[in-house]
Design a protein around this ligand. Structure first.
Ligand SMILES: C[S@@+](CC[C@H](N)C(=O)[O-])C[C@H]1O[C@@H](n2cnc3c(N)ncnc32)[C@H](O)[C@@H]1O
Length: 347
């Protein structure tokens, strides 16, 4: 008996995500829903957990790195079958989910599209929300134990109910939206904010930011309470950081900085690295920098893997990184373009 799960990815990395899933799990079929989503059916024995739970575990174990978000897929259809109007789509979803919902259940409702779907998600979401409330469900914006998910794909659509925890991120389609602030220095800051929303905010007082310019990550670190951020970049920081006594800028390369700091820098609590650099060199720099990090301290690095052979590049770079760190988290976040975000703990 196959069991199915919908997954979201960056469009350019769809085929890489599928390769990873095939390696990690017994896939019987994968179908594309639209540009940034697919549905995978797993061969399932009577003792096996749901496909969503199994794929969520493979992502949590970092065996699958390019999947951003998961959703239950109790029902699938060709999207052309839903073209009679939004009410046709709503009835189809209700058929798939209503018998799994009890009056009083607290649920999140995610409706999103992938590629050109016949309806804007809101056209289906609103009547669906009313129908679920009529059935006695309490719809909440976040934090519900279960999520009703609907992906309106260009080719196919899916719907189902699953545990919110196994969605990986509590945003429809994984498309987290973070508010820009007037004092925001660069959009790159969103990468770190998204990461911390997933893994929790690190604590500590001192941090090193390699490849810091113009200073988006530095601003985030200052905002979450790091009182001493050492920034390293041959380029300047944004002038808004110039008067901040909690920021000390070294206008040089990471290599020069590490060479000059060897033996003289008190170890810091956190090293972040968003350097524009080939991944294996970036990983080697993190290994070299490990002496400046307290044992148990966190390293955060983005590997700029590009789209040619990204799995091989990631594997090789992670192997290098593991010479000095335990790898805790590897994921292509919504705010990562052709890169992976890696969290590693100094071993
Ligand atoms: C994507 S930007 C960093 C953005 C930054 N994290 C932010 O939030 O504003 C990449 C930076 O890496 C820096 N970089 C590239 N090679 C470097 C090296 N060898 N040492 C230090 N910085 C380097 C570049 O100068 C550039 O400013």
């Amino acid at each position: 008996m196959p069991s199915a799960v919908t997954f979201s990815v960056a469009p350019d990395f769809y085929r890489h995500a599928v390769s990873e899933i095939r390696l990690a799990l017994p896939v019987s079929v994968v179908r594309r829903l639209g540009e940034d989503a697919g549905v995978v059916e797993l061969r399932t024995g009577p003792e096996d957990a749901s496909a969503q739970h199994r794929l969520a575990n493979a992502v949590r174990a970092n065996e699958v790195q390019f999947v951003r978000h998961l959703a239950a897929a109790d029902a699938q259809t060709k999207t052309s079958a839903l073209r009679g109007g939004p009410e046709v789509a709503v009835d189809w979803v209700l058929d798939a989910v209503l018998d799994q919902i009890e009056p009083g259940d607290e649920i999140s409702l995610h409706v999103w599209d992938s590629g050109q779907s016949p309806y804007a998600p809101g056209k289906v979401r609103r009547p669906l929300l009313e129908a679920l409330m009529d059935a006695g469900a309490r719809i909440v914006t976040s934090g519900a134990p279960s999520t009703v998910s609907v992906c309106l794909g260009e080719e196919r659509s899916t719907a189902g109910v699953g545990p919110s925890q196994d969605g990986l991120i509590d945003w429809a389609g994984g498309r987290i939206r973070l508010a820009s602030r007037p004092d925001q220095i660069s959009r790159a800051g969103f990468k770190l904010e998204e990461l911390f929303s997933l893994i929790g905010t690190p604590t500590g007082t001192t941090a090193i930011d390699l490849g810091a310019s113009p200073g988006g990550w530095t601003r985030v670190l200052r905002d979450i309470g790091f009182s001493d951020v050492i920034t390293v970049d041959p380029a300047d920081l944004d002038p808004r950081l110039a008067d901040d006594p909690g920021v000390r800028h070294h206008r040089t390369t990471a290599g020069e900085f590490l060479h000059a700091s060897a033996g003289s820098q008190t170890p810091v609590d956190l090293i972040v690295n968003d350097m524009r650099m080939v991944p294996h060199l970036s990983a080697a720099t993190m290994v070299e920098a490990a002496d400046l990090l307290t044992v148990g301290g966190l390293g955060v690095v983005t590997f700029k893997i590009g789209t040619s052979n990204p799995i091989k590049q990631a594997d090789e770079s992670l192997e290098t990184l593991s010479e000095a760190y335990d790898i805790e988290f590897v994921r292509q976040l919504q705010h990562n373009r052709s890169e992976l975000t890696v969290v590693a703990r100094r071993s």
